[in-house]
Structure formats: C-alpha cells, structure tokens
Design a protein around this ligand. Structure first.
Ligand code: HEM
Length: 366
C-alpha cells in the first residue's frame, strides 16, 4: 500500500527526487566544465587544417613568425570593432599613419629644421664678421622723419613678442627629445613641456591676429615696384664696402619679398592655417589631416624662424639706425635718405623735424 511518503514498491518518494536532483547537478557541472573545452577541439582541428593546407601549398608561412603576419595584417589596415563613432579615426586597431607621421617628424622634419636654422645662424655670423655693421655714411644731423606710426609700432612689437615666445616653445617641442631631454632629464623636460605646449596652444590664435593685421596694414607698401629688381640685383648695396645704396621706397625689395611675401604671407599663412587645424579639432579633421598639418606646421615654422633671425639681426644691429624707427617712431633724415631715398623724397621729408642738435647747429654763428 502506497502513501504520500512511499511508492508502490514501498521506496520513499524523496529519495527518487534526490537522485534526479543529484544527476541534474552532476550533468550541469560536467557540462559547464566540458563545453568550454570544445574550443580546444576547434583550435586543434583548425590548426591541423591550416598545417595540412600549408604543407599542401608548401607555403612560407610556417617558416615566418606568425606574429609578423599578424602585425603585417594590422599595418595593412585590419579593422577591429568599436562602438565609438567619428569624426576621428575609429574601428582601427592600430593607426598605421601614426607610425609614418612619427618617422617623418623625427626624421626629415627635424633634420630640415636643424639645417635651415644652422644655415641662417652661419649666414648671419658670416655677414657680421665679413661686412660688420652697415654704418651710416653721413653722421646724423639731428633732423628726423616719421618712419612708423604708434599703431604700426604697437602691432609690430605685439606680433614680434608673440613670435619669439611661440618660436622658443615650438622649437623646444620639436627638438625636445633630441636636445632638451639629455640636458634637463625626463622629469625636467616633462614639466617644461607642459608649460611650453600650453603657452604655444593658447598664444597661437592671438599671434595669427597680429600676422593678419600686419599683412593688411603693410600690403600697399609691399606691392612690386620697377626699382625692386635693381635693388635685388645689387643686394641693396649691403655687401658693398664703398657704401653704395640702391633706390628704395618705404620698404626695400629685401623687406618686401623676404620679410613680407615669403615670411609673413607664405610661411605665416602656412603656419597659421596648419596651426588652426591643430589647435581647433572641431571641423571634422581626420587623424591624417592633423598629421599632415603637423608636418607642414613644423617645416614652415622652422623656415620662418630662420628667415626672421636674419630680419632681427638686420633690424636690431646689422643696419645702423634702423631700430630707432621701430622703437621711437622716427629715424634720422640721413638714414632715410640713404636707405629709403624714394620714400624720403615723396613722404618722409614732409614730416621732417629739427632736433636739438640740428637747431643748435643752425643757430651757431659762422
Ligand atoms: C626682436 C625681434 C624683431 C626686431 C628687432 C625687429 C625689428 C624691425 C625693425 C627695426 C623694423 C623696421 C625696418 C625698417 O624701418 O625698414 C621692422 C619691420 C618689420 N618687421 Fe620686425 N623685428 C622683429 C621681429 C619681427 C617679427 C617676428 C615679425 C613678423 C612676424 C616682424 C615683421 C616685420 C615687418 C613685416 C616689418 C615691416 C617692414 C619689413 O618688411 O621689414 N618683425 N622690424
């Protein structure tokens, strides 16, 4: 007789349930342990198949490092998967262009920078030693003419100071690894580079404003004139020890074509546009665009700094009496007549003033 505690055979019901439970747990445990192992079966079968195929093709694959094949595939643009979306490069395991960019930047770009700066410094030293300072031929009488207005001078020095800060910080970043790390150590350079890059990135846009305004206010003075060719042919007479001068308007042909058109417009334009692309990655620039912009920025900036070293040398010391015009606004009439005769005749002489010395000389009894 059966009841709720026993079956027909009289065995207790709970022990059958217990057996079923134990079997279920055992199957689950065994399944959990064995099923993942089927991966090994797949790999074993797959490699056996690959080996068979390799042997059949007599391929070179089994002679090369399988990792090399993997990295080769990666360099060829093997795509992974990412849920992130553009505008930047996504879904790319390793960005191949980065390697090429680094090699170009650390190789040819740094090399070009080194050469162009070395040539500029060498040329300036040679000019300073061989020619020395280009002196005025007539000593200043005390008469002066207005050379640069207050607005022009403020703009010039605003742009010049920013150029120097950007030049120093930019070149420190370009040559930091080669030059500054050996001198300052990793920690020292790391601390310096943090400040340098922040200054560079934040001051860049303010500098561009200066460049654009300089182009606007001086473009009329920089337009070509028939006398320019003669000035260039004779290098302004700067190399002549006899003190010959070539005719020149408000700015001479060297200032026009080197400082203004090559420097400010061409190199300044390249540095400014590439700088904006790098500083404001808001216009959907791809990584490749940023890499190209970085290379253009480095090459153009190094060339521009080299060019401006010449400008700074000539303006500050190389040509006697030039700096005072950009500092105080006026130059001696003698300087104006010798270096910018056409401009002096047309404009400068109208602003002529007698200084204390000229007044004393004029009133001295004969
Ligand atoms: C310490 C640095 C600098 C010094 C000592 C300096 C000096 C001078 C001087 C004395 C002049 C007047 C030349 C004349 O009267 O014919 C001048 C003009 C000029 N400077 Fe500079 N300058 C410096 C930096 C710069 C920089 C960084 C730029 C551009 C980014 C620049 C752009 C110009 C331009 C466009 C002119 C107008 C005439 C020309 O084309 O030479 N200067 N500078």
């Amino acid at each position: 007789m059966s009841n709720q505690f026993s079956d027909k055979a009289g065995k207790p019901k709970w022990s059958r349930r217990r057996r079923a439970m134990i079997w279920s747990i055992a199957i689950m445990l065994i399944g959990a342990m064995v099923l993942p192992l089927t991966g090994y079966v797949y790999v074993a079968v797959d490699s056996a198949f690959a080996a068979q195929q390799g042997a059949a093709e007599g391929s070179k694959a089994d002679q090369t490092n399988p990792r090399a094949n993997y990295w080769r595939a990666v360099r060829e643009g093997f795509q992974g998967y990412t849920a992130a979306s553009g505008p930047y490069t996504t879904n790319v395991l390793i960005q191949n262009g980065g390697q090429n960019w680094r090699q170009l930047r650390d190789g040819p770009v740094e090399g070009f920078g080194t050469w162009v700066l070395a040539i500029a410094v060498g040329g300036i030293l040679l000019l300073a030693i061989v020619r020395g300072q280009i002196k005025l031929q007539h000593s200043p009488s005390g008469r002066t003419v207005e050379r640069w207005s207050m607005g022009e001078r403020v703009l010039h020095w605003y742009t010049a100071v920013l150029f120097i800060v950007l030049g120093i910080t930019g070149l420190s970043l370009l040559f930091g690894r080669a030059v500054l790390i050996p001198a300052m150590g990793y920690a020292g350079f790391g601390a310096y580079a943090n400040v340098a890059i922040a200054l560079h990135n934040y001051l860049g846009p303010f500098f561009i404003i200066g460049v654009v305004l300089e182009i606007v206010i001086w473009i009329r003075d920089a337009l070509p004139e028939p006398t320019d060719w003669e000035w260039l042919r004779r290098a302004g007479g700067y190399l002549s020890k006899k003190g010959e001068h070539a005719h020149a308007g408000r700015i001479n042909a060297g200032e026009k074509y080197l400082t203004f058109w090559l420097g400010l417009v061409l190199l300044g334009g390249a540095v400014s546009i590439s700088g904006i692309v790098l500083d404001f990655p808001l216009f959907g620039q791809t990584r490749e665009t940023m890499q190209t912009a970085n290379l253009i920025h480095g090459v153009a900036a190094a060339a521009w700094v080299a060019l401006m070293l010449g400008h700074i040398y000539l303006g500050a010391w190389g040509v006697q009496g030039t700096l005072e015009g950009m500092v105080g606004g006026r130059t001696s009439s003698e300087w104006a007549k010798e270096h910018h005769d056409l401009w002096y005749d047309q404009v400068g002489r109208k602003t002529e003033q007698m200084g204390e010395k000229a007044r004393r000389d004029a009133t001295r009894p004969a």
